[in-house]
Ligand binder design. Structure first.
Ligand code: URP
Ligand code: ZN
Ligand code: ZN
Length: 468
């Protein structure tokens, strides 16, 4: 028997907080309450002065993803170990089929890569092409493999972008199967037009990236995706919302009763588009991701949307590249591999900017970093809370401890950080993943292969109240 008693902390869930002990046994939470006792030989953690919270659920990562002529720098071990160091205990990663590759085959490729994971993981599937075979195999993905969410791209013309008729067909299939469609909402045709325009005008630097992806492209695509979902009658999850226009579209749809869940990223709440004007290519290219960081007024609008529940989950879109990889796009911004890291930083940044910044309570922090994603993707109550019988995915955060975020000290497998130099107060001291002590006050003990695949059932929380 393996017991852990976390004693004397403030136990926080999305619903409230109490001064209590928390007892875990054999990888599960077995009790939360006052004056708990454990058997002889149990591991006892003194959490006095600390917050005891559910481990983070990051609903949006890309480990070891082949992209734009290279491969994401973090594999499933380095990426999930870094996640554990930052208090995240579950990730949902995107399986990416090659164009024409059967999605079930792609799933097997991802299962192979993810065998190295150190924390638990589930999968979404990128709908990278559409046709009868894709549609047919979705049945087995959902019913036999517990892969119940599918991401559709309205951007990346000539690549992942799908026309509206495929979006309609794909959303319908999701509805039949009880799966959740997700969208990368940017207008790919307009972006292609603007990219060509920038290059014709001789603008080849990373600045061209942001100028070719203006907020209205995200706003239009968000409205279009919502319109399709509303018409088809399926819930919708909008990933990586960066623009006020997109948040507004989600708020309006939710206001008229459409089931739309909005996700944002810590970077979109804090970093503005001035990063693309930086004279150092490595710095500017290090921030190239899609959608891009926005002018300052968007961060204000996104915080409001977080506070009023329009945006209810935070992911990282962890898709990190080294400076050398980003240099593939020197002289042509359209060739800079798109993506930034952050799976290790999400909780620290949101505690600092959100809780210390007076914008959210610790309960909202738990909801935003863990519970709402677990509910959206049907991992609840096993993940995303501190329920009796749930997995012992638990963190202990010391609100008085400080640290400086830096590429030099991070565990993410890259030499760049969009959070370079940021001081945070509130540090994850301990991370338990199904009861395994994977992060012990600076000691990273996460083991390759200890993570387990989490299958999810269809017709989850977003379908509640929906007629099948
Ligand atoms: O630039 C990004 N976001 N890279 C990852 C792929 C995606 O679109 O989420
Ligand atoms: Zn995307
Ligand atoms: Zn992504």
């Amino acid at each position: 028997m393996n017991e852990i008693l976390i004693r004397g902390g403030t136990v926080v869930t999305a619903e409230g907080r109490e001064c209590a002990d928390l007892l875990c046994r054999d990888g599960l939470i077995v009790a939360v309450g006052a004056n708990l006792t454990a058997s002889a030989g149990a591991q006892v953690i003194d959490a006095g002065g600390c917050f005891v919270m559910p481990g983070g659920v990051d609903p949006h990562t890309h480990m070891q993803l082949p992209m734009m002529g290279t491969v994401v720098a973090d594999d499933f071990y380095t990426g999930t170990a870094a996640a554990a160091a930052g208090g995240t205990t579950t990730i949902l990663d995107f399986v990416g089929a090659e164009r024409g590759q059967p999605p079930l085959e792609a799933l097997q490729v991802w299962r192979g890569k993810a065998a190295k994971a150190a924390i638990d993981y589930g999968f979404h599937m990128t709908v990278s092409w559409w046709g009868p075979r894709f549609s047919e195999e979705m049945t087995a993905l959902v019913r036999d493999h517990g892969l119940t969410s599918f991401k559709f791209f309205l951007a990346y013309k000539g690549g992942l972008m799908l026309p509206d008729e495929d979006l309609i067909a794909g959303f319908q299939r999701c509805r039949e199967l009880g799966a959740l469609p997700q969208v990368h909402a940017e207008n790919g045709d307009l972006i292609a037009y603007l990219q060509a325009k920038m290059r014709a005008e001789g603008l080849n630097s990373p600045l061209g990236h942001v100028l070719s992806r203006p907020p209205q492209c995200e706003g239009e695509a968000t409205v279009r995706a919502i319109t399709i979902a509303e018409t088809v009658g399926v819930p919708l999850y909008v990933v990586h919302v960066s623009a006020a226009e997109a948040a507004r579209a989600i708020a309006q749809a939710r206001g008229r009763g459409v089931k739309v869940i909005g996700e944002t990223l810590p970077g979109f709440l804090a970093i503005d588009d001035s990063v693309y004007r930086h004279p150092d290519f490595d710095f500017a290219a290090g921030h190239v991701m899609s959608p891009p960081y926005r002018p300052r007024e968007h961060q204000q609008a996104l915080w409001q949307a977080v506070q009023d529940g329009t945006l209810s989950t935070t992911g990282t879109d962890h898709c990190c590249f080294t400076k050398a990889q980003k240099r593939l796009g020197e002289g042509d911004f359209t060739r800079i591999p798109n993506g930034c890291g952050g799976v290790e930083d999400r909780l620290h940044v949101l505690w600092q900017l959100g809780v210390n910044g007076g914008r959210i309570s610790p309960e909202q922090f738990v909801a935003l970093t863990s519970t709402n994603a677990a509910r959206s993707f049907n991992l609840w109550p096993r993940k995303g809370g501190l329920e009796i019988g749930g997995d012992a995915d638990v963190i202990v955060l010391d609100p008085a401890k400080t640290k400086k975020l830096s590429a030099a000290t991070q565990h993410q497998n890259t030499d760049f950080s969009v959070w370079e130099g940021m001081e945070v107060r509130g540090v994850v001291l301990h991370t338990f993943s199904r009861g395994a002590h994977v992060w012990a006050d600076g000691d990273l003990r996460a083991q390759s292969g200890d993570g387990r695949y989490v299958a999810r059932a269809p017709f989850g929380h977003p379908y509640q109240g929906q007629t099948r």
